[in-house]
Design a binder for this molecule. Structure first.
Ligand SMILES: O=C(CO)[C@H](O)[C@H](O)COP(=O)(O)O
Ligand SMILES: [Fe+2]
Length: 221
């Protein structure tokens, strides 16, 4: 059966109780960590020391989503910190291929994210350098926003290229993913789902994770 990944975003977790919050999502496939610098996006979260501490204490893989400026210079340290994957934004890299190779050399999987206004065509020459593509389904910066269904066309476009070229690259969506829209994203071709408010806003995050996985599978007959 096709494998779907669900990664809760700790952007929506209680920052004063992170360890306990992580215990509530042990059923997840990975932990999504949003790094924001108040410059690339108008919000500020964590930095390298937090990722290092998470990597030391976490059993789940860390899926680090960088929303910071100057990623060419700053991304490699997040790979060295023990992340499973490091996602850089196309819009914040001078040389995405060089960054991807550096992330891989340092032992993490490189991934590339596209903001809603960035077309899929920017990946034409560089896609195969990455292990995952992230199609943002909200404007990056904040949790709790509404899913943009018009982004599904981008997901479809990427999935058809992956199929055409038989590429083993994950396809992630992030922003506003909930049990009532995840099947649409899965049907369009996404296989890795980030969900912040849906998981941490639930009384039973573990059950919500299963519910999301089941809803994603529901489009397969
Ligand atoms: O990258 C992000 C925002 O820039 C977050 O990962 C995302 O918003 C998750 O939160 P939610 O599921 O509540 O939208
Ligand atoms: Fe994110």
């Amino acid at each position: 059966m096709k494998r779907f990944w669900v990664a809760p975003s700790i952007l929506s977790a209680d920052p004063l109780n992170l360890a306990a919050e992580l215990d509530r999502i042990s059923a997840a496939d990975a932990v999504h960590v949003d790094i924001m610098d108040n410059h690339f996006v108008p919000n500020l979260t964590w930095g390298l020391p937090t990722v290092e501490a998470l990597a030391r204490s976490q059993k789940l893989p860390l899926d680090v989503h960088l929303m910071i400026s100057d990623q060419d210079r700053l991304a490699p340290a997040y790979a060295e910190a023990g992340s499973e994957s490091v996602t850089v934004h196309f819009e914040a890299c001078q040389d995405p291929v060089k960054v991807a190779r550096e992330i891989r050399r340092l032992g993490a999987r490189p991934a590339i994210a596209l903001k809603p206004a960035t077309p899929v065509s920017v990946l034409d020459q560089i896609l195969t350098e990455f292990d995952m593509v992230l199609v943002m389904t909200v404007e990056p910066g904040f949790g709790g926003q509404s899913f943009m269904p018009e982004m599904l066309a981008k997901v479809r476009q990427i999935r058809s290229r992956l199929a055409r070229e038989n590429l083993d690259i994950r396809l992630q969506v992030d922003g506003g993913v909930k049990a009532d829209n995840i099947a649409l994203a899965a049907e369009a071709g996404a296989d890795f789902f980030v969900a912040g408010s849906a998981v941490f806003g639930s009384d039973s995050p573990g059950l919500e994770i299963s519910r999301l996985r089941e809803a994603a599978r529901a489009h397969i007959h």
